[in-house]
Design a protein around this ligand. Structure first.
Ligand code: 2M8
Length: 427
């Protein structure tokens, strides 16, 4: 295990800035050099959140650059490609072929999938913390209609279960790609022999899921990215509590931002209320929220970090918060991890301390849970989550994720959201 000498706050902050500076290309920040050489949707929102207290212009530029990739349907793509970047990432623009789709922007190549709608939440933080109120108000006025369109897209095109929640149609849309929550829906896909040559397959997912990921993306692309196809035929459709918890929190954020943009907050509060009711009715069981597999017609039993997403709802009833916190603090998650919070419950057979979203702790999900703890007045939990996260990056650097038992780093180095959210935690 690698461990670094003790590093004080000022040095940690300097390191975080130098990672973010090195990962910036123009107004946008890439998640990690080499590994992810384009702009990723929720990564950029975490970067904006980290910059919110310190540099409104850069935080706003990050969001604007990302939203330059928004489709006329309102969909915000999960990757906005930098055409100038020669480094390879698979699947790249030639796979997604966004340029051939009438709803995609003409000059900005993008993927055809989306990611958790953190954007309004990020803008709300930028607005709250901005020193220059006029600059921040102008930013809100510019971004507000784009975020309304994003939310309308989710409500209109993604309520595949008809119960008021947005469905993800690909594991990549969850941001938690290889989470054990998607194992069963992926296993239920028809036998897949995918045609891409093996040398085009990065070895990121040694379990063969990559074939299924690419197959699903191509099915959707070949439908013309059609909403009707998603409703009627697409074989992967899951209501994820993290995605929907974030959406709900972003509806609340849009309600806060609406008056700044001269708009009525009412519709956003009503949308939040609809999602709240649907989450409780459709995903709550056994003291936590579980993802619902719409094609398999059942709740997915494994409990992952995603099960706590609805804690981001400031109006989640106190008894539900208490139940969620007791699971979170138990030996299933924080209680048995030296470096919380593991991305999958430790006692699950699928738990794997070293594999990506199947066990390791992540700075972004720790940050989200800390945010939720603050919202619900759980001061000690918030303190623990903040301290544990800083301990991880102090010990192992701004890695992509971390072993939940010994805190050693996993995945990419110099990872942008780990650096950006550290800035927020140090503020
Ligand atoms: C990971 O996802 C990408 C696909 O989008 C990949 O595995 O290649 C995830 O951790 C996701 O949450 C993240 O946004 C992305 C870039 O950091 O990497």
């Amino acid at each position: 295990m690698e461990a670094r000498a003790a590093i004080d706050d000022a040095a940690l902050e300097r390191e975080a800035w130098s990672v973010l500076d090195a990962n910036r290309t123009g107004p946008a920040t890439v998640p990690a050099p080499g590994l992810y050489p384009h702009q990723w949707s929720w990564d950029s929102t975490f970067v904006a959140l980290g910059l919110a207290r310190r540099d409104t212009r850069k935080a706003g530029g990050e969001l604007l650059s990302l939203l330059a990739g928004q489709w006329s349907t309102g969909m915000v793509p999960h990757i906005v490609f930098h055409p100038a970047h020669t480094e390879a990432y698979f699947p790249g623009p030639s796979v997604w072929r966004s340029g051939e789709h009438p709803a995609a922007p003409r000059r900005v190549p993008t993927s055809g999938l989306t990611q958790p709608p953190m954007h309004a939440l990020a803008l709300w933080q930028v607005w709250r913390h901005a020193a220059d109120r006029d600059e921040a108000a102008a930013l809100v006025r510019r971004l507000y209609p784009m975020l309304v369109a994003q939310h309308d897209y989710l409500a209109g095109a993604r309520d595949l279960g008809g119960g008021g929640l947005a469905a993800i149609v690909h594991p990549w849309e969850s941001g938690m790609d290889d989470s054990p929550a998607w194992d069963d829906p992926l296993a239920a896909l028809p036998g897949i022999r995918y045609a891409y040559r093996s040398e085009e397959m990065p070895e990121r997912h040694p379990d063969g899921h990559q074939d299924r990921y690419v197959w699903l993306a191509l099915r959707y692309r070949d439908s013309g990215y059609e909403a009707a196809y998603l409703r009627q035929e697409h074989p992967f459709a899951v209501e994820d509590p993290m995605f929907n918890g974030i959406w709900l929190a972003s509806c609340e954020a849009l309600a806060e931002l609406a008056p700044v943009a001269g708009a009525d907050p009412g519709p956003h509060l009503e949308a939040a209320e609809r999602i709240r009711a649907a989450l409780l009715e459709r995903l709550w069981t056994g003291g936590v929220f579980h993802a619902r597999d719409l094609r398999g017609g059942r709740l997915i039993p494994v409990c992952t970090i995603g099960c706590f997403g609805p804690m981001l709802d400031p109006r989640l009833p106190g008894d539900r918060v208490a139940e969620l916190v007791s699971v979170l603090e138990s030996a299933r998650f924080m209680g048995a991890a030296g470096y919380p919070v593991p991305s999958c419950e430790i006692r699950a057979p699928q738990f794997d301390r070293s594999r990506y979203w199947r066990g390791p702790s992540w700075v972004n999900t720790n940050w989200l849970l800390r945010q939720a703890a603050v919202l619900h007045g759980r001061v000690e939990l918030a303190r623990q989550l903040g301290a544990a996260t800083l301990r991880l990056v102090r010990q192992s650097g701004f890695r992509e994720c971390f072993d939940p038992f010994d805190g050693s780093g996993r995945g990419g180095r110099d990872f942008s959201w780990s650096a950006a959210l550290t800035l927020d935690l140090l503020a």
